[in-house]
Structure formats: structure tokens, C-alpha cells
Design a binder for this molecule. Structure first.
Ligand code: ADP
Ligand code: MG
Ligand code: ZN
Length: 501
């Protein structure tokens, strides 16, 4: 009998924290603004002997905020540790991290294994993936800990260049338990963590800039078994697409190994996006390889209940809660609500348009999800930089709702508003876009078109039904698309019917 396999996935997510200064020194954390390599550095973040680290208070606040948002408990007593390894991007020869006592642990996040659309599976993977049952699942968050980012290496032909501007930037690591059983759930988990980090304002979520990176730990096992088999770890996945493709590839690679009677070796893998394969980087180190020991230069963090509660009080409404509220208050479908709450700026914009508009929330959603999104994508504009004020957008939507203008004229006006600004009523007037709703005027036009085209009328009535669009096209041409389409259609059907012999 052929075994069916299921994946077991645990994710590690690294996100830089949006603080002013680095984790243990006064250098700017905004290394992207440094004019040149190695200008945003000091003795501490370049690991010079004798330089002493000092904990960034803001970073601990942001880390605790993330921990609380992920339903973790905060360790009132937590400690820093040295994780020893040598690499040219790590000037001290160790990374300051947290090991035995992280700032936060034992949280959870609920994910749905099937909600977000999966990008198409890459070539060579036509075998159906074991995706599990479609129930919501709770993924336990094992720990959230503070550490520091490394420098950046640039590999040239015969040498490598190192830029320490990023070295020591506060980094948060969020580690899940191996509770994820489908690639969809892994994608949903990663998507939700990113959204939470953005809601909290602790990370921009700009994956192209590398401020948020995923690592996927993957093993497979026969369905029905509860063993945890040897896993591999895929490092530095810099996009959702990479997370999905790499996970799918790795799951299939491991299944093939077991089916061929071989075993999976525990190792660290890289993802070659161009070739669409995982590549072996090194055999996986064990914790003891890092010779962790308590960081002697930093005292433990002692957090009071009052401090923790003050952080808790800063928690904003998070995506899950906002989605539930959008469904109940605005009568939106879960998927429409999820779309709007996927981005805090979008959710806020939506609420401000709805507040000013007489149209239904559903109508407002359609305009945002359709025309506005198209504009933002095409122009590469971030919704945060949108100059169109929500009240004006609401005014435009209402003009379409009350049929002052037609839907296509509405799009024209919106484009004008988005690119040049202005007043919707004024634009409608200038461009002469007002909708023709006068029934007798439309009737007159329909009659004229039918009278002028007896041949087409006969052909239509003889069965060439595709001509109906042609008649409607004549109406659109004569009115520059301004006739109320429903009225025109109704009168046209009636007129053709009357001329049937
Ligand atoms: P470490 O990185 O210190 O070795 P762990 O091995 O406990 O820590 O876990 C690292 C990550 O690997 C976690 O996200 C965990 O959920 C995941 N993981 C652990 N065991 C498995 C397994 N058998 N299959 C898939 N993922 C696993
Ligand atoms: Mg790891
Ligand atoms: Zn520094």
C-alpha cells in the first residue's frame, strides 16, 4: 500500500525592529539611509575589544508588544546570551541573543489552512500535495526573543566586501512550534505575523528590503502518525512566494526520499529561486555547537507587572479583531473584511470613506478593492501616500450610486482625482460626464437608431442575437457612454420586440 504523507512545518521569522538606534549602541537603526558603507558604525557594533553593549529600551518595549500581540506570556526576568559562531558578517564572533529565558514565550496564533490564494505551483511539481483537512488551526508560538542583525556581505569575484552599517540593528525572532500541517497554513501564519508587526508599527514588512525574513523547518511523515521525523531548515526566504515554493519543493523532495527507501539528513538548506530548488548549505548545527552562555556584559532584564501592563495597554485593535468588527458592523463577507484589514492603512481609509459616504459599505469596498487597488498597483503608490481625501472619494462613489454619473464615468473621474485631484462635481461638469437618465430622451435615441438601421433590426429578429451588443454600442456612441445602461437596455429590448414581424 502506498503511504500518504503530511508535512510538519515550524516557522522562524526574523524581523528588524523600527527603533531609532541599534540594539546595543547609539548608531542609527535606519542603516538604509547611511550615505556609504561603514559610516553607521561605532566600536560596539563593530566588536572592538572593550566596547560595552547597552540594551535599547525601546526595542524591549516593541518586543514585549509583539509577544503580547501573539498571546505570549512575558518573562519578567529574562536574559541575554552569547551565541558563538564565526562568520565575517559577525564582528564579535558571537551574536548577542536570548536563549534560556526569552522576553516572551508560549503564545499562539490561529490560522486557516486554506484562506489565502496560493501562487501556482512551480514546474516539476504536478503531484498533488498533501494539504490536510480544511479546519482552522492554532499554531503555538514557542518564543519571541531579542537579538541583533548581522552586517551585510557583498561577494565579488575574488573577494568579499563587508558593510557593518546594519550590524547590531535590533532583530526579533519569532519561533513557532511544529504545528503547521499545510503550506497554505504556513503562508497564512507568515501573512498574519507580518500584518501584526505592521499593525504594531514595529516593522515595515518590506520584504524586498530584507527587514523581514522567514525560515521554514520541514519534515514529512505518514498521515496518521504523530512522530516528528528529521527536519531540514530552509534559510532566508525573502518573500511569501519563496516561502511557498521552497516549502512545496522541500516537502516533495523528502517524500521522494522516503519512497525510495532513503532517509532525510538534518541540514540547513538555501533556496535557489531561479532554479526552484533547495540547496544544501551545511549540516545543521545543534544548540551545543553555538556554546551558548549568559552574556556577561549585560544584566538580566527585570520587568515589572506595571511595565508589562503599560505595554499591554498600548496594543491596538489587531487584524483578527478588526476583521470580526468589519463583518459585524459593516455586513461585509469574511473575505472582503480580511482583504480590507490586511493592511492597517487600507482599513483606516475604508472606515473614513464609509463614514463620509451614503453608499453601502459593500459598495465602498468594491471601489477600494477594484479601482483604487488597480491604481495603487499600476502607479506603485503606497496607500499611505494617497492624496485623495476620503470625503472626496465618498462623494464620487455617491455620485455613481445615485446615478448622477455612470460607472465608467465614475472611473474616469476617479482617475482624474487620483492623478490630478480636484472636485468630482466640477470634473463631471468640465468633462460633460453627467449620466443621461431622462427616459424620454433615451427612448427618442433608441427609436432613431432602430429606424435608421432596418437591416440590422431584421437580422436580429431573424436570430442574430449578437447584434444586440451592436445596438447598445450605437447608444453608447451617440451618448459618449452616458446613457443609463439599464434604461437603455430595457428600451432597446422593447423596441426590437415591437419591430419583430
Ligand atoms: P533549534 O533551532 O534550537 O534547533 P528546534 O529544533 O526545537 O530549535 O526548533 C526549531 C524550529 O524547527 C521550530 O520552529 C520548530 O517548530 C521546528 N521543528 C522542530 N522539529 C521539527 C520537525 N520534526 N519538523 C518540522 N519542524 C520542526
Ligand atoms: Mg534556527
Ligand atoms: Zn554602533
Amino acid at each position: 500500500m502506498k503511504l500518504t504523507y503530511e508535512p510538519v512545518i515550524g516557522l522562524e521569522i526574523h524581523g528588524e525592529l523600527l527603533t531609532n538606534s541599534k540594539m546595543f549602541c547609539g548608531c542609527s537603526a535606519d542603516y538604509g539611509s547611511a550615505p556609504e558603507p561603514n559610516t553607521n558604525i561605532c566600536p560596539t557594533c563593530t566588536g572592538l575589544p572593550g566596547a560595552m553593549p547597552v540594551v535599547n529600551k525601546k526595542a524591549t518595549e516593541l518586543a514585549a508588544l509583539v509577544g503580547l500581540a501573539l498571546n505570549c506570556s512575558i518573562n519578567k526576568h529574562n536574559t541575554f546570551a552569547r551565541k558563538n559562531y564565526y562568520y565575517p558578517d559577525l564582528p564579535k564572533g558571537y551574536q548577542i541573543s536570548q536563549y534560556e529565558l526569552p522576553i516572551a514565550e508560549k503564545g499562539w496564533l490561529d490560522v486557516s489552512p486554506s484562506s489565502p490564494a496560493l501562487p501556482p505551483v512551480g514546474e516539476g511539481s504536478n503531484s498533488p500535495l498533501p494539504m490536510g483537512e480544511g479546519l482552522g488551526v492554532r499554531v503555538r508560538v514557542r518564543r519571541v526573543h531579542i537579538e541583533e542583525d548581522t552586517a551585510k556581505l557583498a561577494h565579488e569575484k575574488n573577494y568579499a566586501l563587508v558593510d557593518f552599517n546594519r550590524a547590531g540593528v535590533p532583530l526579533l525572532e519569532i519561533v513557532s512550534e511544529p504545528d503547521i500541517r499545510t503550506v497554505e497554513a504556513a503562508l497564512d501564519y507568515a501573512t498574519k505575523v507580518r500584518a501584526i508587526l505592521r499593525y504594531l508599527g514595529v516593522n515595515s514588512g518590506d520584504m524586498e528590503k530584507g527587514v523581514l525574513r522567514f525560515e521554514a523547518n520541514i519534515s514529512v511523515r505518514p498521515v496518521g502518525s504523530d512522530e516528528f521525523r528529521t527536519r531540514t531548515e530552509i534559510k532566508n526566504l525573502n518573500s511569501f512566494r519563496a516561502l511557498v515554493r521552497a516549502s512545496q519543493y522541500e516537502i516533495e523532495r523528502q517524500i521522494k526520499l522516503y519512497e525510495a527507501g532513503e532517509t532525510v539528513i538534518q541540514e540547513t538548506l538555501g533556496w535557489d529561486d531561479a532554479r526552484g530548488v533547495t540547496t544544501s548549505q551545511r549540516s545543521k548545527e545543534e544548540a551545543h555547537d553555538y556554546r551558548y552562555f549568559p552574556e556577561p556584559d549585560l544584566p538580566p532584564l527585570q520587568l515589572s507587572d506595571a511595565w508589562i501592563e503599560s505595554i499591554r495597554s498600548q496594543l491596538p485593535e489587531l487584524p483578527e479583531a478588526k476583521t470580526a468588527r468589519f463583518i459585524s458592523d459593516f455586513g461585509l463577507t469574511p473575505s472582503d473584511a480580511r482583504f480590507l484589514t490586511s493592511d492597517l492603512a487600507l482599513a483606516d481609509y475604508f472606515e473614513r470613506v464609509v463614514a463620509k459616504s451614503k453608499s453601502s459599505a459593500k459598495t465602498v469596498h468594491s471601489w477600494l478593492a477594484g479601482e483604487l487597488m488597480r491604481y495603487l498597483n499600476d502607479s506603485g503608490t503606497d496607500i499611505k501616500d494617497l492624496t485623495l481625501d476620503p470625503a472626496t472619494f465618498a462623494q464620487l462613489i455617491d455620485m455613481v450610486t445615485d446615478k448622477t454619473i455612470g460607472a465608467s464615468a465614475g472611473k474616469t473621474v476617479l482617475t482624474e482625482l487620483l492623478t490630478k485631484g480636484g472636485d468630482p462635481a466640477q470634473i463631471v461638469k468640465e468633462k460633460n460626464l453627467a449620466q443621461l437618465t431622462d427616459v424620454s430622451a433615451i427612448q427618442e435615441l433608441v427609436t432613431k437608431i432602430l429606424d435608421d438601421n432596418p437591416k440590422e433590426v431584421d437580422e436580429y429578429n431573424a436570430g442574430k442575437e449578437t447584434l444586440f451588443q451592436w445596438f447598445m454600442g450605437q447608444v453608447a456612441r451617440a451618448t459618449k457612454g452616458k446613457a443609463d445602461p439599464n434604461v437603455a437596455k430595457e428600451l432597446m429590448v422593447k423596441g426590437l420586440e415591437e419591430r419583430r414581424k
